[in-house]
Design a protein. Structure first.
Length: 539
């Protein structure tokens, strides 16, 4: 494709190893895969920088790495959509020289390209030029100027023939498109008659009666030279992906997703690749870790020793709800930002039959779970003990469990929204989806005070189960009276606290089960959204 969609935090070698495992399958030994990778990287000039991360590669190197992926299974035909797009003159020349070398090795190389320099243009063996949807020239590069001369036009000396062809096709010298199309059609007719003269009557009958045989014959004629689809106008560019898809029969469409390795190997490779990306991504590791530690300490200082103080119950309830909001946004937002950025990589690799969508989604969702759990536990540990919550192992473990559920559900929402939308839309939609969850949680308004016709919404919000569960753990489970540093404390008795905040002291494990169900439903929903998005991209 025209743009390089690569995983920024992997090295060239790691990217190639993952691609080789997924594309070559178990039929190729590990040693053979290493030799193939070594040979490809050497051919493309990437051997010396094989341990360099993709994020540190130049535009030309990224382009060559994209080509390297497709060379792993040694395809006989390769389509390139503007391979020089976004490259400077030197990298463009190196890229075309590389493609020329691949063509000389026996592959058919087909490119669409705009405004090549004369130096690049002469590297092509065959040109197929388009203007306004019609072929205005087909033939060799040396034959272009004689063809233009045949329609009473002369290319100025020292003028790039490719530029002159664009100028003529754009109408700068008058409307010559119909003339060029007619000349191309006459040439085709003459070539057809010449071929027919060299055929026997039986061969003519076979050719006229079988389009499939004609297609195979033309393919065999073109396997030993490089080709270029050359467009003179942006609006008439050939969509190579659409052309390729158009050749698929119904049977081929049904058998499109046949992978080289089984599902568990796909999952293993993708899981390892995702782990490496998360470890090396400062947004997903260092920044998140620092945020949980710093905010945990800050909240611990702000609500210091409030957990067992009866005169500070209202403030401590605020602490409980803030923790829930912190879990929601720190788990959701990084996923929303990073997941859409990998969607283009997923589309390219999945539609090239590297792996199934199930393997990718499982690897992507499971890889970050240990990190999210670890960060949540670190934050809870710091804030819980600094705020002097009950020093009881059972309560602490239950708070950790509910915090983890909250984080994983929020992360699941981020995955689902990130799969459905781009980054710009997702960062707006996700918080909007969370606002009703917060409003009906029971913190800003007591559940008994919510109008009857809206009260049912509290049973659909996972934040309400997290909030009420945390409240029950903190002030329920037969907790002893709180310490009172004043003459009178209204909230000294924990049962009084539960009653005033309209929290039922029972049903803690029911809340836990509901959160677990919520987690699985949103994760599964995220998968189907992602599958819909990939199908939409394919169309």
């Amino acid at each position: 494709m025209q743009d390089e969609h690569l995983l920024e935090f992997l090295t060239i070698q790691e990217s190639m190893e993952a691609a080789a495992t997924l594309k070559l399958g178990n039929s190729t030994s590990s040693e053979s895969k290493k030799n193939i990778i070594r040979e490809i990287l050497s051919t493309l000039g990437l051997e010396e920088g094989k341990n360099t991360r993709v994020s540190n590669l130049s535009g030309g190197e990224k382009k060559r790495l994209s080509i390297a992926f497709e060379l792993i299974n040694n395809p006989p035909v390769m389509f390139f959509d503007e391979p020089t797009s976004g490259l400077d003159s030197q990298n463009s020349y190196q890229c075309i020289v590389l493609l020329r070398k691949l063509a000389e090795e026996g592959r058919t190389i087909i490119c669409s390209i705009h405004q090549p320099s004369a130096k690049l243009f002469e590297k092509f063996d065959y040109v197929y030029a388009l203007a306004e949807g019609h072929c205005v020239y087909r033939g060799t590069v040396p034959g272009l100027l004689p063809f233009i001369s045949s329609i009473s036009l002369q290319c100025p000396s020292y003028h790039n023939p490719a530029d002159f062809l664009i100028e003529v096709s754009s109408g700068e010298y008058g409307n010559f498109i119909s003339t060029m199309v007619g000349a191309v059609n006459r040439t085709l007719s003459l070539e057809g008659e010449k071929r027919d003269l060299n055929k026997t009557p039986i061969e003519l009958d076979l050719v006229s009666g079988s389009k499939e045989q004609e297609f195979k014959s033309s393919k065999e004629e073109n396997t030993n030279f490089g080709n270029v689809i050359y467009s003179s106008k942006d609006e008439t560019t050939v969509d190579l992906a659409s052309c390729n898809k158009g050749f698929l029969s119904q049977k081929e469409e049904e058998n499109l997703y046949q992978y080289s390795v089984p599902l568990w190997i796909q999952f293993y490779v993708l899981l390892g690749r995702t782990f490496k990306s998360i470890f090396r991504d400062p947004m997903m590791t260092l920044i998140r870790l620092a945020a949980h530690i710093v905010v945990g300490i800050f909240i611990g200082l702000l609500y210091y020793n409030f957990g067992n103080e009866a005169s500070q119950v209202l403030s401590n309830v605020g602490y409980l709800f803030f923790c829930i909001l912190f879990y929601v946004f720190t788990a959701m937002m990084p996923t929303i930002v990073t997941f859409p950025l990998e969607t283009k990589v997923l589309v390219r690799e999945h539609l090239n039959n590297w792996y199934s969508l199930k393997a990718y989604y499982l690897a992507k969702t499971l890889a970050d779970v240990p990190f999210q759990i670890a960060f949540t536990v670190i934050y809870i540990t710091i804030a819980y003990f600094m705020t002097n919550q009950p020093y009881e192992a059972e309560r602490f473990l239950l708070i950790v469990i509910f915090g983890i559920f909250n984080s994983l559900i929020s992360q699941s929402i981020g995955l689902a929204v990130g799969a459905a939308l781009n980054v710009q839309h997702a960062v707006f939609v996700a918080p909007v989806l969370v606002i009703p969850q917060i409003l009906f949680s029971g913190f800003f308004i007591l559940i008994s005070a919510i109008p009857v016709y809206l009260r049912w919404l509290t049973y659909l919000t996972y934040v309400s189960y997290c909030y009420q569960g945390s409240f029950k753990i903190t002030y329920g489970l037969d907790r002893n009276n709180l310490h009172c540093s004043e003459a009178f404390c209204f909230f000294k008795n924990p049962k009084k606290i539960l009653q005033e905040f309209d929290i039922n002291n029972s049903g803690l494990w029911f809340d836990c089960v509901i959160l677990l169900i919520y987690f699985f439903i949103i994760r599964i929903l995220g998968y189907f959204i992602l599958r819909w998005k990939v199908r939409k991209e394919r169309e």
